[in-house]
Write a protein that binds this ligand. Structure first.
Ligand SMILES: NC(=O)c1ccc[n+]([C@@H]2O[C@H](COP(=O)([O-])OP(=O)(O)OC[C@H]3O[C@@H](n4cnc5c(N)ncnc54)[C@H](O)[C@@H]3O)[C@@H](O)[C@H]2O)c1
Length: 267
């Protein structure tokens, strides 16, 4: 399958580009950073906001994996541009080019203010913890609109914590390994006719408390488990921050440290 990967120079994009190429996909790697992707059949250096460049990259592709964005908190205008405007450009290019499948890098922060003890599944109502989370909620809504209007198939992956290995107590629940990230994207690309679907992008962590069943129904079979790192992570004494992080889906993003005016663009 010819697949365009946006954000291909980033941490997830580098792994996914190599992984999809290794599975036999023909990958067009796009990023605004100057980068190289030896496994890709084509490298495009362009901003996703450049509609002509994205249209050209998507032409002839069957699918897009949209990862490009600011992967953290920013002002609301920056967030809307980075998550919603870029997604709109990708979706319009897909409609024009006849590319029917999108795997969208959403985030747990779309439901980040959901307290522990609540079932966290595909039907969990939007409950963002930051403007970043608002951006992911809005981008998911835009995806759903394009599924209904244009018959696209879109899998929104609410990613947990993509890391080489778990780095905190929270990560023992939220970790997404490199291998499972590729398995997650591959499932999103190949599951038959999902319409609009949501999955949680975490590994098969023993301490996971977000529902993996929606992903499994889409063919996502995570194989890694953060538990193999538990002894190392738990060797450090538990802190108040650890306890707070465990109490909301979004961990630290649900805390007061992230509260700021919407138009404040100081990082
Ligand atoms: N890393 C995680 O744990 C995590 C968790 C939840 C969601 N996500 C989401 O996954 C996606 C990828 O995250 P990441 O950790 O790889 O981030 P990253 O910052 O490592 O990579 C993002 C890449 O996107 C590129 N980019 C940003 N805006 C662009 C634009 N307008 N046009 C072209 N390229 C652009 C950057 O140059 C960068 O290479 C993001 O959408 C992020 O919100 C990541």
């Amino acid at each position: 399958m010819r697949v365009v990967v946006t954000g291909a120079a980033g941490s997830i994009g580098t792994v996914v580009t190599a992984g999809l190429a290794g599975l036999g996909h023909d990958v067009v790697a796009l990023d605004r950073a100057d980068f190289d992707a030896p496994q890709a059949s084509r490298v495009v250096v362009a901003d996703v906001l450049d509609a002509a460049a994205v249209h050209d990259a998507v032409d002839g592709a069957e699918a897009v994996v949209h990862l490009a964005s600011i992967p953290s908190e920013a002002s609301l205008p920056e967030i809307l541009e980075s998550h919603v405007h870029t997604t709109a450009v990708v979706l319009d290019a897909m409609v024009d080019a006849g590319a029917g499948r999108l795997v969208y890098a959403s985030s747990n922060h779309a439901v980040g203010r959901t307290p522990r003890g609540t079932h966290v599944g595909a039907d969990t109502p939007p409950r963002p913890d930051t403007f970043y989370g608002v951006g992911k909620v809005a981008a998911e809504a835009l995806c759903r609109l394009y599924v209904d209007r244009h018959g696209l198939d879109i899998v929104a992956c609410r990613i947990g914590s993509f890391r080489d290995r778990p780095e905190s107590r929270r990560n023992l629940s939220t970790w997404l390994s490199h291998g499972d990230a590729v398995r997650m994207v591959e499932a999103g690309l190949t599951t038959p006719a999902p319409g609009f679907a949501v999955l949680y992008g975490i590994s098969a962590n023993t301490r996971a408390w977000w529902d993996l069943a929606p992903g499994r129904r889409l063919g996502y079979r995570p194989q890694d488990d953060a538990e193999q790192y538990a002894d190392q992570v738990l060797a450090e004494p538990e802190t108040d921050a650890d306890r707070f992080e465990a109490s909301y889906v979004g961990g630290p993003f649900a805390g007061d440290a992230w509260v700021r005016p919407a138009m404040d663009n100081s990082r």
